[in-house]
Write a protein that binds this ligand. Structure first.
Ligand SMILES: NC(=O)c1ccc[n+]([C@@H]2O[C@H](COP(=O)([O-])OP(=O)(O)OC[C@H]3O[C@@H](n4cnc5c(N)ncnc54)[C@H](O)[C@@H]3O)[C@@H](O)[C@H]2O)c1
Length: 394
């Protein structure tokens, strides 16, 4: 089999922490040949290209030059959420398939443009929501669908990062820019995972979204303070009346036992389910502290191969691209509102909209208004397009 000629656009933190293992040290690495890379930041581009021996003539700071100048089968677009659309659509229009990290985009307008471009050009667009391949989530979805739990009433999720993730004073800095937590939010980075996990398990569509945001810790940091949100508590009401609370943030003390501490509880008429209950099955007492490592997400084998659902989820997307380039048509389901992440983008955008329309209810606390999710989608995309996403096939 011929390897996919693969380009990497955006070589920042997600590449450093996850995708370099996928590209060069996983069971999927043999499917691709990383032939070119692009990043607007020379230090990021140089690190990646030096480490993985990308020739100088195939290093770019403009993704259009990469797409024009190199023969490619697929690209990974790892740029910030608000800058997924342009390179993704340009690649799809150039006949190249695309793998993009979650969330699909920062707005439903961008997500819709990406979905439509993939559909129009008959190309594969895969969004890497890696939690969809977490065995806990797969099992929960199967058991939910079986009906044995009855009707879902309430969900309570939380996803909390150590402060070092958002702290611009931490050395080395986790994200490249000092204003990371101001330009991004716990909603796009973390609630997106929880909302997508919830939607993947239940298939339930959002009816309304309301958020409360807290800005009390990050603004006290020194010498560099941040005006970003510490925590955001998002409430989503679903089509069957179920209510889901998703609390996300990045101010857990650095002494926390994981970089990301997460929990998920689903309460049904006939069952109560706790996801990730006994952590991840790997507990260590080590010189840097007491840690529970999420070895299901990433694990490192003695032969140098990296596995875990952080790898298998995007790896499966690469396998689908291989199948597609060998002539398999893209299934309509691959671009459904759930699979494409359109609904998850909608929940996150509504949460941001809720905060933007809200007011300060106490010092550093923004209480958002209730946003009607379908009406929001109609305002952004028009009534007919919104209906095409919302009205489930009968
Ligand atoms: N799978 C996950 O769980 C996960 C984890 C972290 C981030 N992400 C997602 O990955 C994406 C990237 O996030 P990150 O954490 O790596 O951010 P980052 O800021 O560390 O890296 C983004 C990179 O894109 C580059 N870039 C920006 N504009 C560009 C352009 N026009 N052309 C080429 N390169 C450009 C930046 O210079 C930077 O190196 C985001 O969508 C984010 O939400 C996913």
């Amino acid at each position: 089999m011929k390897k996919l000629r693969f380009g990497v656009i955006g070589t920042g933190s997600v590449v450093r922490e996850i995708y370099r293992h996928l590209y060069f040290a996983s069971r999927y690495s043999g499917l691709i040949d990383v032939v070119a890379a692009c990043d607007v930041r020379p230090e990021s581009l140089d690190w990646f290209c030096e480490e993985y021996r990308i020739p100088v003539e195939r290093r770019f700071t403009d993704y259009r030059r990469l797409l024009d100048g190199v023969e490619l089968d697929a690209v990974a677009v790892n740029t910030p959420d608000s800058f997924h659309r342009a390179p993704v659509c340009a690649a799809l229009e150039a006949g190249v398939d695309v793998v993009v990290p979650k969330p699909t985009a920062a707005s439903v307008v961008d997500a819709h443009a990406m979905i439509e471009t993939a559909r129009r050009h008959g190309r594969y667009l895969g969004v890497d929501f890696h939690k969809r391949s977490d065995p806990v989530v797969i099992e929960a979805a199967a058991r939910h669908r079986s009906g044995r739990y009855g009707t879902l009433q309430v969900g309570v999720f939380s996803m909390l990062d150590k402060l070092m993730v958002a702290d611009p004073n931490h050395e080395p800095r986790f994200f490249a820019s000092s204003d990371f937590a101001e330009r991004n939010s716990p909603v796009s980075f973390l609630t997106s995972h929880m909302a997508d996990t919830f939607i993947a398990i239940t298939g339930l569509y959002p009816v309304s979204v309301q958020a409360v945001g807290y800005r009390q810790k990050l603004r006290s940091l020194s010498p560099i303070a941040s005006q970003g949100y510490d925590l955001v508590d998002t409430t989503m009401v679903c089509e069957n009346g179920a209510t889901v609370h998703m609390t996300s943030g990045w101010i857990l003390p650095n002494t926390a036992n994981c970089i990301t501490v997460q929990s998920g509880r689903l309460l049904y008429t006939d069952a109560a389910v706790d996801l990730w209950k006994e952590w991840y099955g790997y507990h260590e007492i080590a010189p840097d502290g007491i840690n529970d490592r999420n070895v299901l997400f990433l694990n490192f084998a003695p032969d140098g191969k990296v596995g875990g659902f952080g790898i298998t989820n995007p790896g499966t997307i690469i396998e689908r691209v291989v199948a597609h380039r060998s002539g398999e048509p893209v299934a309509e389901a691959a671009l459904s509102p759930v699979a494409s992440g359109l609904l998850t983008t909608l929940v996150c955008e509504c949460a941001h909209e809720s905060l933007a329309a809200g007011g300060e209810s106490a010092d550093g606390v923004v209480s958002g208004s209730v946003v009607d999710a379908r009406a929001h989608l109609e305002r952004r995309l028009g009534r007919d397009v919104a209906a095409s996403y919302y009205d489930k096939p009968t």
